[in-house]
Design a protein around this ligand. Structure first.
Ligand SMILES: [Zn+2]
Length: 289
C-alpha cells in the first residue's frame, strides 16, 4: 500500500466501484483565498500506486474541473477521471481541482522511481536491416491510421474496471525494457509480451469499443485497438486471426482474435500495449495480481 505524504489529506481504503484503491485522498483543507472562506473546498479521491507506467483513477464531484500538470482531464458523468504516467515520468504530479464556484486546491503526488531491465550488447557486427522507402511510406501511413483510431472517443466506461489477462501464458517481454546495441539505445519495449501457441484465443481485457481492426500492418501484423474510454486504449497485435471489426462493442472477456506471429514477430505471442492519450502505460499494472 502506498500512502500520500500530503498534508491536509487522509489516506485510506475506499470501497468504491473499482476494487483497487491503494491510495485514497480526501481533500479537506481550507479553500484557497480568504475571500472564499465560505466556499466548500473540492474533494478528490485518487487510487493507484503513483509510479511510471501506472494508470491512476480518481473521482471528484461532477462539475468540478481537474487538471493534471496543467492538462485538463475529462470527467465522466459521475466525476470519475483517469490519468496515466509514461515510462520515464519522474518528480511529482500536480493535480488541481476546481469547483464550479472557483474554489480550488492543488496537490502534489510524488512519483515513485522505477527501474527497468536495460541490456547493453556491444561488439555486434555493424549493418542492420533498414526498411526501404516503399516500406517507410507504408509504415508512416499505417501510423496515421493508428493515431486516428486512438483519437476516437466513445462513451464506454471500460476504464473503471480491473483489467483481465487477454491471454494466459509465459511473459516473454516486459514493459520498459530496453536494449542498447553497440551503444545505440533502441526504443524501449512499450507493452507486455505473452507467449502462447498460435490459435490461442485473445480476450478483451476490459469493456470497450473496437476502433481499429487492421490486417497485415508492417510491424504489428493483424492489429486490434479497443477504446476503453477517457483516452485509454488497448492495442493487441501479431494476431493470426481477428474476430472483431471496427464499431464492435466488446465486454471484458469477449474474444478479439487469436494469437499469431503476423508482422515483425520472431515467435507466436501477444504483444499488448496500453495507451492513455500520448502516454504508453504498463499493462501489468492494470491487472489483478
Ligand atoms: Zn512486444
Amino acid at each position: 500500500m502506498m500512502h500520500s505524504t500530503l498534508s491536509g489529506v487522509r489516506a485510506g481504503r475506499h470501497a468504491g466501484c473499482m476494487g483497487l484503491f491503494l491510495l485514497a485522498l480526501w481533500l479537506t483543507g481550507a479553500a484557497a483565498g480568504g475571500a472564499r472562506a465560505a466556499a466548500p473546498t473540492p474533494e478528490v479521491e485518487i487510487a493507484g500506486d503513483v509510479q511510471p507506467g501506472a494508470l491512476i483513477r480518481g473521482r471528484t464531484a461532477p462539475g468540478n474541473r481537474v487538471r493534471m500538470n496543467g492538462r485538463p482531464l475529462s470527467l465522466d458523468d459521475e466525476g470519475y477521471f483517469i490519468f496515466g504516467l509514461g515510462r520515464d515520468a519522474s518528480g511529482a504530479v500536480r493535480l488541481e481541482v476546481t469547483a464550479p464556484d472557483g474554489a480550488s486546491q492543488t496537490h502534489s503526488l510524488a512519483i515513485r522511481p522505477r527501474a527497468y531491465d536495460v541490456q547493453r550488447i556491444d561488439g555486434l557486427p555493424q549493418g542492420k536491416v533498414t526498411p526501404d522507402q516503399a516500406a517507410l511510406d507504408r509504415i508512416a501511413r499505417e501510423q496515421k491510421s493508428i493515431d486516428a483510431a486512438r483519437a476516437r472517443r466513445s462513451d464506454t466506461k471500460g476504464y473503471r474496471a480491473q483489467f483481465l489477462w487477454p491471454v494466459k501464458g509465459r511473459i516473454s517481454g516486459v514493459y520498459g525494457s530496453q536494449r542498447i546495441l553497440n551503444g545505440v539505445a533502441k526504443n524501449p519495449h512499450a507493452g507486455l509480451d505473452i507467449a502462447a501457441p498460435i490459435g490461442t484465443p485473445i480476450l478483451a481485457p476490459a469493456a470497450g469499443h473496437v476502433v481499429l481492426a487492421a490486417a497485415d500492418l508492417y510491424y504489428s501484423g493483424n492489429t486490434v485497438i479497443v477504446d476503453h474510454g477517457l483516452g485509454l486504449s488497448s492495442t493487441l497485435i501479431h494476431m493470426s486471426r481477428m474476430s472483431v471489426a471496427v464499431g464492435d462493442r466488446v465486454q471484458a472477456g469477449d474474444k478479439l482474435g487469436e494469437v499469431g506471429m503476423t508482422g515483425r514477430a520472431t515467435g507466436p505471442h501477444l504483444h499488448w500495449g496500453i495507451n492513455w492519450l500520448d502516454q504508453r502505460l504498463d499493462p501489468q499494472l492494470l491487472l489483478e495480481e
